[in-house]
Design a binder for this molecule. Structure first.
Ligand code: AMP
Length: 300
């Protein structure tokens, strides 16, 4: 089944302790779309300025990612983010954030997008995340992501959004910020009480935790020695997870658990290079091979 995503499309600049890249393809909806495209057709909605290289769009289209919902604002500038990783490669600082055309983004979804049963609201303002929900009456699974910026600055909108989504994915530090609770088990349950039926807390190299109506489990990260750039790991996780759910066409507890495993593996590939560079070198067979290794690591 096709999967619709609304979120940021960006030109990122990334500094790691040993390397730097400027103006590379990024954004929450881009990482998400690319990861999900291993499983299903993705319909991407976002906004860019006329400084956006057309090659980027062509590359996404070559992956069967529908870009009809990608607005190009003439005379506008694409959203830019600059981040710097600390030597532990897990913590990062945002050095610059220029919302540019994203500040006034008003998603208008093409007809094919409005029919989607699976909708993902990648990192972005709760205001436009909500507008996307309003345009997708057929969506039976709506999952959102959020981040510190929106928890701090758009709390009222976020609270409303949480009452309209079925699932939420967020980082451990964001779950603590949102609930004011430093214990992740309590924080996960507290987020669930804010609205979503399930919550996934991502813990970077420490994996992910799932909180559902009747279950709580952890999914360890796939151990990779080659951590080059963690940017987009969370969005690729969500792309792998939602892509698999859309491919299977259901979100039963068993399918959800497997989807978290696929999300974990997509994230493990993303961190192995800058931007989408590592994901662009793999295919579904590589993913399944890693899945077999991951499964055997987990069985005892
Ligand atoms: P992740 O590493 O999965 O948290 O995602 C990093 C991506 O999020 C980068 O490609 C950024 O362009 C994008 N990003 C950073 N800040 C924001 C923001 N405030 N709103 C939307 N997207 C953002």
């Amino acid at each position: 089944m096709p999967l619709c995503v609304v979120g940021s499309v960006a030109l990122d600049s990334v500094e790691t302790p040993t390397q730097q890249r400027d103006n590379v393809l990024g954004g929450s909806a881009v990482y998400f779309s690319y990861a999900a495209s291993f499983f299903t057709t993705v319909r991407l909605a976002g906004v860019v300025g006329d400084d956006w290289p057309a090659d980027n769009t062509a590359m996404l289209q070559a992956r069967s990612i529908d870009t009809d919902g990608l607005q190009v604002v003439q005379g506008g500038k694409t959203f830019r983010w600059r981040g710097k990783y600390l030597p532990n490669m897990n913590d990062r600082e945002t050095l610059e954030l220029h919302l540019n055309v994203l500040a006034t983004f008003d998603p208008v979804l093409p007809e094919a997008y409005r029919q989607c049963k699976f909708l993902f609201l990648a990192n972005g303002s709760p205001t436009y995340q909500m507008k996307a929900i309003d345009q997708c009456p057929a969506a039976s699974l709506i999952v959102a992501d959020t981040m510190d910026h929106y928890i701090r600055n758009e709390r009222e909108g976020l609270d409303k959004l949480l009452r309209r989504v079925h699932g939420l994915v967020l980082n451990d530090s964001e779950a603590k910020l949102l609930t004011g609770d430093d214990n992740l088990v309590r924080a996960g349950e507290a987020v669930r009480r804010m609205g979503p039926r399930f919550v996934v807390i991502k813990k970077g190299e420490h994996g992910a935790m799932f909180f559902g109506e009747d279950e709580l489990y952890v999914m360890p990260a796939y151990p990779t020695a080659r951590v080059v750039d963690p940017t987009g790991a969370g969005d690729s996780f969500a792309g792998g997870m939602m892509g698999y759910l859309a491919e299977q066409g259901n979100f039963e507890p068993k399918t959800l658990k497997r989807s978290l495993a696929y999300g974990t593996l997509m994230a493990s590939f993303t961190v192995e290079d800058f931007s989408l560079d590592r994901l662009r070198t793999i295919n579904r067979a590589d993913l399944e091979k890693r899945m077999e290794e991951y499964k055997s690591m987990l069985s005892f």
